[in-house]
Design a protein around this ligand. Structure first.
Ligand code: GAP
Length: 548
């Protein structure tokens, strides 16, 4: 039986994201651009809060004088902000130029392009006619999609669908072709009317290309938009070492845009063509690297939990040997059960990779390949390095132990947009609350962690008279220097609460008749709906404490 996903829940989240100004389609008035997204007023605040939380917790707020729980020792952290376009040799030595590709397949008939690994299919037959019917849908939509396609192909009415003979279950097209049971001539493409219209799979490099300079034209001017922020850190390793007093072990962190020309961007912002990464390259002694790998894996896992992601929807998954990247000696993914996935399936939020000395050596010596278990410089037919390294010495000299070595690297690599999407999905709740007359009213509420919430508090005068707005504006002005807050006097107080619930505002402060008498305000908690009275002079201190 097919597993169910929660597409309708996802649709409601996407609709709220648009309606309330979290996320818009890029260039929407021109019909949008597939794989590109803009953040609206609430979304930009949410994403900034998320990146600030990461930067504070990993870099700025890190105590360098004590070993955090689970860490093999104390360590230092430094920050960096590198360019998006870098020397093309960077991508040749990193392996992206040769290896950063997906397999794609085109349909000659429909002119559609698919990721080869996204196509699934099964054999269908009817009255002597047969085809391997494929779909590019995933989850619980895949199977019914093959039925609809087979029905159309055989020219059947709905009540004749039962006559189709199916052989075997849904399997990956790539797997079926590799196993030899299916050839491209048998395959009915997802949007084709006849079998045999799919081209042979071809490699497609995911890096966006551009040209540098006014005389752009020849190959020398060719450059790429970075597909990850990590390489900027590796090529600046020596600069950071030479200009700051960091000693191994230490980490360099960077937040910034990355670009990948994904063949099939999908699932809202999950797979975008332009996105932001939050990456750390952590440099350590080779002998300690396994312990640091475990530390960072567990530390990053706990970060998501501390910011409120539901534990039951998170999964920490160690990669099997066959899944490891060409450079990696160990990788774990932190994954989230996004609602667009089938039940039991998880999508990657962050990867924590043990990269050994692959990157620093590549940028010293030239592009490396693994041969007989060893990393060696890849050579061409002329026996020269296929992609020449910088030739700069990126080793580290430990002046206490008097040893020189190339540090090993642990890389926690998170996607800011995927994290925002996970927090949006996790925060989305529908429940019932009593309205002003005590009648149940359904509400949509974003239960975002207060650190992430775009607006921390809303200040609401119960009515627009009797001196209430004046007290409310005064409180707003006292609170504003300390946190994002909003003043709202429009509409019934119930409507105003509802607006703030959808925005994820954790606290509403209502100024009412009693405020004028005893200088207290009502503090309403978004999640528990408990309303308590707080002296107006204590509001700023209390909310600041809660945010800490
Ligand atoms: N430097 C290692 C690296 O880039 P990755 O697993 O390719 O590793 C790291 O990417 C993170 O970047 C992912 O876990 C994901 O959160 C985010 N990411 C990657 N591709 C993405 C895309 N097309 N759209 C949105 N986020 C993406």
């Amino acid at each position: 039986m097919e597993k169910q996903n929660d597409q309708s829940r996802m649709d409601r989240i996407v609709s709220l994201a648009k309606r309330r100004g979290f996320i818009f389609q890029s260039s929407e008035i021109y019909g949008g651009l597939n794989g590109f997204w803009d953040y609206g007023p609430l979304g930009v605040a949410l994403k900034r809060n998320l990146k600030d939380a990461w930067w504070h917790d990993m870099v700025a707020g890190h105590d360098e004088l004590a070993a955090p729980a689970g860490a093999p020792s104390e360590y230092e952290m430094a920050g960096l902000d590198c360019t998006i376009i870098m020397h093309p040799q960077v991508w040749k030595c990193s392996g992206h130029f040769d290896l950063f590709h997906d397999w794609m397949i085109d349909c000659r008939e429909s002119k559609r392009r698919y990721r080869y690994d996204h196509l699934h299919g099964r054999w269908a037959g009817h009255r002597g006619k047969r085809a391997f019917v494929t779909t590019d849908q995933s989850g619980d939509e895949a199977l019914p999609d093959t039925v609809a396609k087979a029905q159309k192909f055989f020219g059947l009415r709905a009540k004749q669908v039962e006559e189709i003979e199916w052989t075997g279950g849904l399997e990956s097209l790539a797997g079926a072709i590799a196993a030899g049971g299916v050839s491209l001539g048998d395959v009915l493409g997802p949007d084709a009317a006849q079998p045999g219209t799919l081209t042979a799979p071809r490699e497609f490099n995911l890096m966006f290309e551009t040209r540098i300079g006014a005389l752009a034209g020849d190959d020398e001017d060719r450059a790429f938009l970075r597909p990850e922020t990590a390489q900027g850190i590796f090529v600046n390793f020596k600069n950071v070492l030479d200009t700051s007093r960091v000693r191994v072990p230490f980490g360099i962190a960077q937040i910034g845009k990355s670009f990948r020309n994904e063949i099939t961007p999908r699932n809202f912002t999950f797979r975008s063509r332009e996105f932001e990464q939050m990456e750390i390259e952590f440099f350590c002694r080779p002998a300690d690297s396994a312990a640091w790998y475990r530390y960072w894996r567990d530390r990053r896992w706990k970060w998501y939990l501390d910011l409120g992601l539901t534990a039951g929807k998170l999964q920490l998954r160690e990669h099997g040997a066959d899944e490891l990247s060409h450079y990696s000696v160990g990788t774990a993914d932190i994954e989230y059960a996004f609602p667009f996935l089938a039940a039991g399936e998880f999508g990657e939020l962050e990867g924590i990779a043990h990269r050994g000395d692959f990157d620093l050596r590549s940028h010293m010596e030239g592009k490396l390949v693994r041969r007989d278990g060893e990393l060696v410089v890849e050579t061409g037919a002329d026996d020269k390095p296929r992609h020449r390294g910088s030739g700069k010495d990126l080793s580290y000299f430990d002046d206490v132990s008097r040893e020189r070595f190339v540090p090993h690297v642990i890389e926690p690599s998170a996607g800011a947009d995927r994290a925002v999407l996970a927090f949006l999905c996790d925060a989305y709740h529908e429940d019932e609350v009593p309205d002003e007359d005590g009648k149940p009213r359904s509400r949509t509420v974003m239960k975002l962690h207060p650190r992430l919430a775009p607006v921390k508090a809303a200040i609401l005068p119960l009515v627009k008279k009797d001196g209430m707005p004046e007290v409310a504006i005064d409180l707003y002005r006292r609170l504003k220097p300390h946190m994002a807050c909003q003043y709202d006097e429009k509409g019934s107080v119930g409507r105003r609460y509802a607006r703030q619930d959808e925005a994820g505002t954790p606290w509403c402060l209502t100024i009412d008749g009693q405020t004028l008498a005893d200088k207290t305000v009502t503090l309403r908690d978004r999640d528990t709906l408990v309303q308590s009275r707080v002296p107006v002079d204590e509001v700023v201190g209390m909310l600041r404490d809660r945010l800490r």
